[in-house]
Write a protein that binds this ligand. Structure first.
Ligand SMILES: [Zn+2]
Length: 283
C-alpha cells in the first residue's frame, strides 16, 4: 500500500516537473492549518517528512499574513506560530494583513509562476487551486502526508497547451504564406526572363543553351571533381642532362673498346688534317 502511494506521488511530481517546470529543491508554501497539523500529529522534522513525500529536497515557506493570522488565533496556536516563524517567508506585498487564504491565492496568482507546492488542510482552498493550472496540493491525514493527483482540469490544460504547440500560430501561418508567395513570385520572374530572352532577336535559343551549359558545367565541376595524377612534381625532379653527355654515352657504346670520346675526336681531327695535307700535296 505504501509503495503504491509513493509511486503515485512520484508520478504526480514528474507531471508537474515535466509540464510546468517545477525544479528541485521544491518550494512548499504552508498555511497555518498545515503547520498546526504537522505539530499535532508530530510529523517532524517537517522538511524531512515533505522531502520523503515528494522524493526530493524541499524548502518550506510561509507568509507574513499567515503568521499574522496564527498570532490572532491566540495561545492555542502559539506553538504553531513559533514553528511557522522558523520557516522561510515568501514575499507578499500586502501592507495590511490579509487572510491566509487570500494571501496565498494572491501569491499563486493565475499560473503559479513561482512554482509553489501549496500545503493546506483547508479543503476549500485545495478545491479552488485545482482549477488553477500547475498548483500541486499537499495535505496531511493523521500522521501521513499526501500529494493530490493532478486534477482533471490540470490534465486538460496541459493537453490543450500541447495541442497549441503542435499547431502553427496565426503569425507562423501568415509568415509561411508570405514565403510561399515570394517563392512563387521568384519563379514567375525567372520564367518571364527566359521568355524575354527568346523573344529578343539577339538572345535566341542558343543563348539559353549556352546558359544551360554553363549551369550544367558548374554543376559538373562541383559534382564530379576528381583528383587526377598530374605527373611528378617538377621541383622535386633532377634536371635533364644536356645532350652532349648522351652523345658521348652513345659514342662510348659505339667504340666499345673503351676508347673515350676525346680520343675518338682527336683521331677524327688527325684524319681530317692528314686528308688536308694530302690535298695540299696534290695541289
Ligand atoms: Zn500576504
Amino acid at each position: 500500500m505504501r509503495v503504491k502511494k509513493q509511486k503515485r506521488h512520484r508520478k504526480a511530481v514528474r507531471f508537474y516537473a515535466a509540464c510546468f517546470g517545477f525544479r528541485e529543491p521544491f518550494k512548499v508554501l504552508c498555511d497555518g492549518t498545515f503547520v498546526h497539523h504537522l505539530l499535532l500529529n508530530k510529523i517532524t522534522p517537517a522538511d524531512t517528512a515533505l522531502a520523503n513525500a515528494l522524493g526530493a529536497p524541499v524548502k518550506i515557506f510561509t507568509t507574513r499574513c499567515v503568521l499574522g493570522e496564527l498570532r490572532s488565533l491566540g495561545d492555542s496556536y502559539a506553538e504553531s506560530l513559533n514553528a511557522a516563524r522558523n520557516l522561510l517567508t515568501a514575499r507578499c506585498d500586502h501592507e495590511k494583513r490579509k487572510s491566509a487564504v487570500s494571501c496565498i491565492t494572491d501569491i499563486i496568482g493565475e499560473n503559479n509562476s513561482e512554482h509553489f507546492f501549496v500545503a493546506t488542510q483547508d479543503a476549500e482552498l485545495r478545491k479552488k487551486f485545482q482549477k488553477v493550472p500547475g498548483v500541486p496540493l499537499i495535505y496531511g491525514l493523521r500522521n501521513a502526508l499526501f500529494l493530490e493527483q493532478p486534477s482533471a482540469f490540470q490534465h486538460q490544460f496541459v493537453r490543450s497547451v500541447e495541442e497549441d504547440h503542435s499547431h502553427m500560430t496565426d503569425l507562423e501561418y501568415k509568415l509561411l504564406n508570405v514565403k510561399k508567395k515570394n517563392v512563387a513570385f521568384e519563379e514567375a520572374k525567372d520564367s518571364s526572363d527566359a521568355n524575354e530572352d527568346k523573344n529578343d532577336g539577339t538572345f535566341t535559343v542558343q543563348a539559353i543553351q549556352t546558359n544551360f551549359r554553363k549551369k550544367r558545367d558548374l554543376k559538373d565541376t562541383v559534382q564530379f571533381k576528381r583528383k587526377r595524377s598530374k605527373g611528378p612534381n617538377p621541383l622535386s625532379c633532377k634536371k635533364k642532362k644536356p645532350r652532349e653527355n648522351t652523345n658521348n654515352a652513345a659514342s662510348v657504346k659505339e667504340n666499345g673498346n673503351g676508347d673515350t670520346t676525346v680520343r675518338s675526336r682527336n683521331r677524327k681531327r688527325k684524319r681530317s688534317r692528314k686528308s688536308k695535307n694530302v690535298s695540299k700535296a696534290n695541289v
